[in-house]
Design a protein around this ligand. Structure first.
Ligand code: ADP
Ligand code: ZN
Ligand code: ZN
Length: 819
């Protein structure tokens, strides 16, 4: 019988392909190793999933031999390989694409050897190989060439639009954003629309941070208890090396000791210190650890704390790394030289040796869900990977996700609580709700800077303390409306309003009219509103050089002269974005140093520079989006203002209340983290909303209880399980037709007929058109996972060959983004 290998190749197909192992390679080709194999006349780099001696299920003459073996030592350890296969099955994702998430760049020597054997295609084609070994980073920029109208679709069009709008970008950053960035760039480069080149990498900001070793503080009682429980779980976990066996035998029973925890600690309670101790005990037991954080670029301080404790024993995985550095990190983990990895979502796939511990910090954070390409949830998959590897998993948060709380209630997670702030003098801040229906505009004239907020800012400045203002809208004005006919300016490609961005101004912010510092300090009555502050400045004071931007498709264009519908010249800039908030605050508080942190200013290491300045006390008022809510530990911040708490609560998404609540508690948690008491002002028109009322009372368990009950009542997760079929097409009727067909098929498959799966839709998505494509969806809902999977399996065949080719269908298991 021939020796056959099942090989996954990087194509969007879910099956593996069979190749014959040539006699010369017998015994050397092992699961997890990369091989070169012929696929439709191209040589592709594949990964061996299994090797066995058996008679082929297909015509033996059709089975080709493997062309070459790339790795003597499998690139993917057995534990990781089997985890990836399970992940692919769970999400109905093509195995080749899933493997790609975990594969390292290839080394230069290997490439040379492979080139000598014949041409290289597929994954190697895009020049990643070239960059490895040379300390270079690949950049992409749009050329002056113009495409034939209508010839670009999907991510190629999106990538090009982004490059045109935002200028040159590192390829690594594009890849983070677009699952198919590489193939899109290849296509664009072939048509000369994009130029790719390589350059010296920017200096890695994480290695610039001081690396003085710190002295671990003595744990308080709650921290000590949590650390002891985790340590006991590590002690009970199977010995090093056992993980690999377990992976091969997934039906082995779980160890009796609890091995998955929810570390529920209020903001500032010292969760990080518990993580550090857990890693230490994991390392002492000879096993490796993996730490996942929401956005590594925003958490240099956190990374610094890990580096201060573990030094070079820590691999920091982030998007700013050059391919060479990334590869170096990958091989030092793979080779067992470094045993701890920290990174964002994609760190889930790091080849940590003898994995003994996975930590997920801020586990509630939405960024753990990948929304492009393979749509996986890194928190859910952390639990799976840990379970399979016989490792301990710790999810940490001050505002645990409803999903995790449900797992605690079902006994699948063990809860560990840190009820108090770690600094003895620190207490949770006092929260005041400002009802915007009762309080009008303060001296700035902007109704969203109420008198109480204005006064609180004055007091903070007078005390030489710092304030954070949180507003969930970037740009200057969230909408542009015609003053005559009321028409909203929308994106041509998407059914959303365009946001006006004023951009960087060369001149200083407008001087505040008659609001000198002395008057403010004396508590003088409100000065008249400074120029630029009224809610809707008319056209004549329209700033120069601003752009209209679409926040969904990266369209950017000039502000039109007149209304497209009626020709009127009075276009009004409506609403308040962070840019305008920054300008208005700067004008109202001329003595204050005001800065802004949002995605528009956060390019490269700017966000770290801004946070560093904040920490050094060089900023008095920091204005920003969610980016200011992340776990920053800024000791001198005593005031947090939530400018508009209602903005997030009205979204058509069953998680809107949960997300709004989390944001409020997290941003409030930035105040009063040391000895000075903190104060939080939440502005709202809806103070009775449970998310707001519970956040104001610091009552996280109360909110969780209520929200779980609500979800049970309306039948949303965690009471049920969801899968979302996302359908889109350039032609509206094509999209609608495909969605209808999917829904009908789901209703008539056995699970649908038996009513074990509820089929909702087809319906238009809340954002009905995006990047020129009409969007529809079918929501599948079930009490149990089994029938849901059965239905999805029944739909996969239809998706492959029963639908209009111009419709694109994506299966999103456990969807997070509902828009
Ligand atoms: P969290 O991650 O829970 O928000 P942190 O880990 O950032 O909290 O801790 C908040 C602050 O308390 C930090 O400045 C940290 O150094 C400090 N801290 C943590 N544990 C202790 C302890 N046992 N004794 C004194 N200070 C501590
Ligand atoms: Zn008009
Ligand atoms: Zn758009």
């Amino acid at each position: 019988m021939p020796l056959l290998a099942d090989v996954a190749v990087p194509v969007p197909l879910s099956q593996a392909f069979t190749y014959e192992v040539p006699a010369a390679l017998a015994g050397e080709v092992r699961p997890g190793a990369r091989v070169l194999c012929e696929f439709h006349r191209r040589k592709l780099l594949g990964v061996v999933l299994a090797v066995s001696e058996r008679s082929a299920a297909i015509d033996p003459s059709k089975i080709k031999p493997l062309a070459a073996l790339v790795d003597a030592r499998p690139a993917l350890p057995a534990e990781l390989l089997s985890f990836l296969q399970e992940l692919a099955a769970y999400y109905f994702a093509p195995i080749g694409e899933v493997l790609r998430l975990a594969l390292p760049a290839i080394e230069r020597e290997q490439v040379r050897a492979l080139k000598a054997q014949g041409e290289l295609n597929g994954v190697l084609d895009l020049g990643r190989a070239k960059q490895v070994g040379g300390r270079k980073v690949a950049y992409a920029r749009a050329t002056d060439a113009v495409e034939e109208p209508g010839t670009l679709r999907g991510q190629a069009a999106a990538v090009l639009a982004l490059l045109r709008a935002n200028g040159e970008q590192p390829v690594a950053r594009l890849e983070e954003r677009f699952g198919n960035a590489r193939s899109a760039l290849k296509k664009l480069a072939e048509r000369n629309l994009v130029a790719l080149d390589e350059r010296e990498p920017p200096r890695d900001p994480f290695f610039r941070l001081a690396e003085a070793r710190d002295v671990p503080p003595e744990l308080n009682a709650a921290q000590a208890e949590a650390a002891a429980r985790i340590d006991a779980a590590l002690a009970a976990a199977p010995a090093p090396g056992a993980g690999e066996h377990r992976a091969g035998a997934p039906h082995e029973p779980r160890p009796a000791a609890p091995s998955a925890f929810l570390l529920f600690g209020v903001t500032g309670s010292g969760k990080t210190e518990v993580y550090l101790r857990a890693i230490k005990s994991c390392l002492e037991r000879g096993r490796g650890a993996l730490v996942m954080v929401p956005e590594i670029a925003l958490t240099p301080q956190l990374v610094a704390r890990f580096r201060a404790r573990f030094g070079d024993a820590l691999a920091v995985l982030h998007s700013g790394l050059s391919d060479a550095d990334r590869h170096a990190m990958w091989s030092s983990l793979h080779g067992g030289k470094v045993r701890v990895a920290i990174g964002a979502r994609s760190a889930l796939f790091a080849p940590v040796p003898d994995l003994g511990l996975i930590l997920v910090d801020e586990e509630h954070d939405g960024s753990f869900k990948q929304e492009e390409g393979v749509r996986y949830h890194a928190r859910d998959m952390a639990l799976l990977r840990a379970h399979r590897a016989g490792a301990v998993c710790v999810l940490g948060s001050a505002t645990p996700s409803i999903e995790s709380v449900a797992l605690v209630r079902r006994g699948k997670l063990t809860e560990l609580r840190l009820p108090d702030r770690a600094h003895r003098e620190a207490s949770l801040p006092e929260v005041t709700l400002v009802d915007l229906r009762r309080f009008g505009a303060g001296p700035s004239g902007d109704s969203l800077i109420s008198l109480p907020l204005h006064r609180a800012l004055e007091k903070t400045l007078a005390a030489k303390e710092q304030a954070i203002l949180f507003l969930n809208r970037r740009g200057f004005a969230p909408s542009v409306v015609c003053g005559s006919c009321g028409t909203l300016t929308t994106c041509e490609a998407c059914s959303v309003a365009l946001t006006y961005h004023r951009g960087r101004r060369r001149d200083a912010p407008p001087p505040a009219a008659g609001a000198p510092a002395a008057a403010l300090a004396a508590g003088a009555p409100a000065a008249p509103a400074p120029a630029g502050a009224p809610a809707a400045p008319p056209m004549d004071e329209r700033p120069q050089g601003g752009r209209l931007r679409c926040h969904y498709c990266d369209y950017a264009g000039p502000l039109p002269d007149r209304c497209a519908a009626c020709g009127s010249r009075t276009l009004l800039l409506e609403g308040l974005g962070t840019e305008r908030l920054e300008a208005t605050i700067a004008a109202s508080f001329p003595e204050a140093r005001v800065a802004r942190l949002d995605r528009d200013v956060a390019g490269k290491d700017r966000s770290q520079a801004i946070l560093a300045r904040m920490r050094e006390g060089k900023i008095d008022i920091l204005v920003g989006t969610q980016m200011v809510t992340k776990g920053h530990d800024l000791p001198n911040v005593t005031l947090v203002g939530v400018v508009n708490a209602d903005a997030a609560l009205g979204l058509p998404d069953f998680r809107a209340a949960e997300r709004g609540f989390q944001l409020l508690v997290q941003v409030a948690g930035r105040a009063g983290r040391r000895d000075r008491p903190g104060r939080v002002l939440i502005q709202t028109r809806n103070p009775e909303h449970p998310a707001i009322a519970f956040a104001a009372a610091h009552n996280v368990p109360g909110f969780l209880d209520r929200e779980i009950r609500d979800r049970e009542e309306v039948g949303y997760p965690p009471a049920t399980r969801l899968a979302l079929l996302r359908v889109d097409a350039v032609d509206e009727s094509v999209g609608r037709g495909a969605a209808a067909k999917l829904a009908a098929h789901a209703r008539t498959c056995p699970e649908g007929l038996a009513r074990r799966v509820e089929v909702l839709g087809p319906s238009a998505a809340p954002i009905a058109r995006l990047r020129g494509r009409y969007r529809f969806r079918v929501l599948l809902r079930a009490r149990e996972r089994g029938p849901l999977r059965g239905t999805l399996a029944a739909l996969v065949g239809l998706m492959r060959d029963g639908l209009d080719r111009n419709a694109r269908v994506i299966i999103d298991v456990d969807p997070v983004a509902m828009l």
